[in-house]
Each structure stands twice: as structure tokens, then as C-alpha cells.
Design a protein around this ligand. Sequence first.
Ligand code: UDP
Length: 369
Amino acid sequence: MYDYLIVGAGLTGAIFAREAKIHGKSVLVTDKRPHIAGNIYTENISGISVHTYGPHIFHTNNHRVWQYINQFTSFNRFTNSPIANYYGEIYSLPFSMYTFNKMWGVITPEEARAKIEAQKREAGISSPKNLEEQAISLVGRDIYECLIKGYTEKQWGRPCSELPAFIIKRLPVRFTWDNNYFNALYQGIPNGGYTKIIERMLEGIDVRTNCDFFAHRAELESTAKHIVFTGQIDAYFGHELGNLEYRTLRFETEILSGTNNFQGNAIVNYTDRETPFTRCIEHKHFYPGLETEATVITHEYPSEWRPGDEPYYPVNNDKNNRLYESYREMARAKCPDVIFAGRLGEYKYYDMDAAVLRVLELLEENHIL
Ligand code: UDP
């Protein structure tokens, strides 16, 4: 009999497991995939650490989170500066003086602000209610049309006018010549890849991969006093109240042997509506200066999640958030001992640092830390 069954060997599950274990609890971790590390899994292909489930750049402003994660790895000096390709024109991201200069030829912050103000006024937006209005009021209509609308509608499969404003507020808007994608004090890629972090967290812990919780539910539930569930909360309840919506991704990864520098940057976003993928990742560039003979690239294709697909992003619009709240109430009433955690368990668009912080809080709430 274990104290905790932890369903999901991703970042959230692994931190919970590690802390529970070192604080005297016995734990079993399961994962339906054949490997640990969830969506931060990286694998070595041709000497390059490949982000199998999409690019992950660790970034945080939180000193506690940074110290915590540095117990398990060191980080390199990578700074994320993606670029946008809009019908062959290249723009710098996030939205900064480089972007404004390319779009309008403006040189000073004052000129850039004036352009945005004029476009915002023309659109008649005073208090933005959705992603479209939020985007126009932050950066004006031109940038919205070229760099946001197409990308966002591909990524989320919904019109920008029906998406929550918070999604676009993830990106900084700067009136400086600074193209660091994140406003974070600490940033980098773990030396040796992400999988190593999770391996270290799970050292000495019983882990069963290739183990689908739902296929072995009765047996697994009877092996532990408490459950930490990091899968989809609606799946846990057999979708009894209806399906929460998610976005899934298809990744097309290729090893290119004819070149060792395909696009000159780790991330290139394709922001027009026609190109079917959202972005192209060239993994070696996450390690600045890494010398390789070949290169590995991944094109990322988003689509609506259907049963059997991997759910990557919760679609946090009002309808889904209300349904999620109903599942939360159901959880409180029917299984107060089960801890739902992580992007899928809490139906929340967590970044890695926020996921770390949240699991540390959960450990405190459960008197483990
Ligand atoms: N976004 C955009 N154009 C871009 C990059 C991002 O419009 O070139 C919007 C899009 O709606 C996306 C959101 O900003 O979903 C958040 O982007 P982020 O890079 O944080 O997404 P993630 O890496 O988590 O997929």
C-alpha cells in the first residue's frame, strides 16, 4: 500500500512524487506514455536535444522556483527571441521597437505609441473584451492583422473575437529595442535536456510507464491511500458533465543532413492564415554555439482535440471555465481526497514555472512541505 498514487510523470507529478518521498511518504507514479517527463520530454537525436512535444524555455521571476529547479540541473544562457514570418517578411517578436520599426518605419518610442494610439482610436476600443480587442489596443490593427490574427486562429481554431484576452497578454509589448520574448529574471534551457531533470526527481521512486490509469483503475486505486491526478479532470469523471475542450498538436520532426543551420533561429512563427503549421523549431539553436553536422527541425500543426489525441492546451473560454468549475465542485463532493493538479488536472494554461510553484503550494496545503 502506497501513501500516494501519482497519475502522470510530468513536471507536476514528478515534483509531487519527489517531495512526498523525501518527506517520508511512499509513492507510486504511473504514466500512460512509454516514458517519463510528460510534455517536457526531450530526446537526443543526432547529438541534439529535441523537444518532442513542443519548445519549452524555462523562464521565471520567482526566486524560489528558480532555486528549486536548479537542484536538478544547470541552465544555459539561451534567451528566447522568436521571429515571425508573414508571407516572407520577417518581424521581430515579441512586440518591440524592432517590430514597430519594421511595420511602420518609426524610429522613436513616441512615434510607435502614436501609431498604436491612432489605430486603437480608429477601432473604437475602450475596454477590451476579447483577444482581438485586447491585441488591437496593445499593438494596433496592423500588427494584429499580420502577426496575431492568423497565428492565433490557427493555434486555437476559433476567431480572435471569441478567445479570452489573457492569451495575448502572455506576450510583452515593449517600447524598447529589446527582443527577449520573456519578462523574466531567470531564463534558460537545461544542460542535458529536460528528461534528465525528471529522472533525477524520480530517482528511487516506483514508476510504471505504459500504464493507462483508466485501463487499471480499480487495481491502481486500491494500491494507495491518496491520489494525485494530473490527467484530464473531465476524463477522471468519465466526462459525466460533458467534454472540456482542448487543443492538440501534431509534430513533424525531420533530421536534415544537408545543412547544419536551416533557419538561423530556434523558433520561427508563421503568422499568416494559409501556412498550415504555426511554427518551425530548429532544436540545436536552443544551445547557442552548438556545433553539429546535421540539424533537426519540427513543424507544429495545431488542431481540435478529439478522444485519443494528446491534449496540450486547455481552451479557457467562459463556457469551458464554467464546465471546469462544475467538475471542481464534483471533485470536492465526490472525492475530496483526490488532488487534481497540472495543466490538465486544473484546466489551466500553466507555464513550467507556474506549474512548479503550484505544486509546491499543493504540497504545503497537504502538509507534506
Ligand atoms: N501569438 C501570436 N503570434 C505569435 C506568437 C503568439 O498571435 O507570433 C499569440 C497566440 O494567440 C498564442 C499566444 O500569443 O497562442 C501565446 O503565445 P505563446 O508563445 O506564449 O504560446 P505557447 O508557446 O505557450 O504556445
